[in-house]
Design a protein around this ligand. Sequence first.
Ligand code: DX5
Ligand code: ZN
Length: 216
Amino acid sequence: MIIAPSVLSFDYDKFNEEIEVLNKKAEFLHFDVMDGHFVPNLSFGPEILKAFRRSSNLFMDVHLMVDDPAYFSEVFIKAGADGITFHYESLNDIIKCDRLIDAIHKKYIKVGISVKPGTDIEVIKPLLDRVDIVLVMSVEPGFGGQDFIQDSYTKIMYLNKYRKEHDLKYLIEVDGGVNDKNAHELLQSGADILVAGSFVFKGDINNNLDILRKCK
Ligand code: DX5
Ligand code: ZN
């Protein structure tokens, strides 16, 4: 089980204290990059990633919710990303997605492909033998604190079955509305990486991460 706290919900007033806990109790840091076009919200640029990079050796898991993932993947790789996940819907073209996967892999960076809740998982099938991560959005991308969309289990179970049948190695990441009530079932369904923002950062993050870890 990999825990990927979403820093969209991070409390910057307690930077040193919170980063120390995350370094001890998480494996990934999940950066939700939003450009105000692909999603109706704006989050942060590469300088924030650089600040976390200076204070953490966790896997910097960048989730691009942007219209131009080719441009921003370069920007965030330069800022220290270990993985770049982009949305199929930002290119809507298998060939373009394939080329971007290639370009990112050429920089020795892990690549993830993500689909929104309303996108049929079948559309990314041609890419599944190329990616390191498949990010299943279990909320409409753009904001933290939304309710988990129950239908997400179907995609996770499909991806889990597909990788076994085709001997593929991608990890399944789930993102949005993840908490202690659904974490165990998500893992049982095949999820490997749990992104959590509000559940982790609301209240005592040390305790919240312990609770999440116990859901395995
Ligand atoms: C939403 C982001 C998610 C979100 C998760 O667009 O991709 O990572 O921040 O936040 P919670 O866990 O609060 O749903
Ligand atoms: Zn995310």
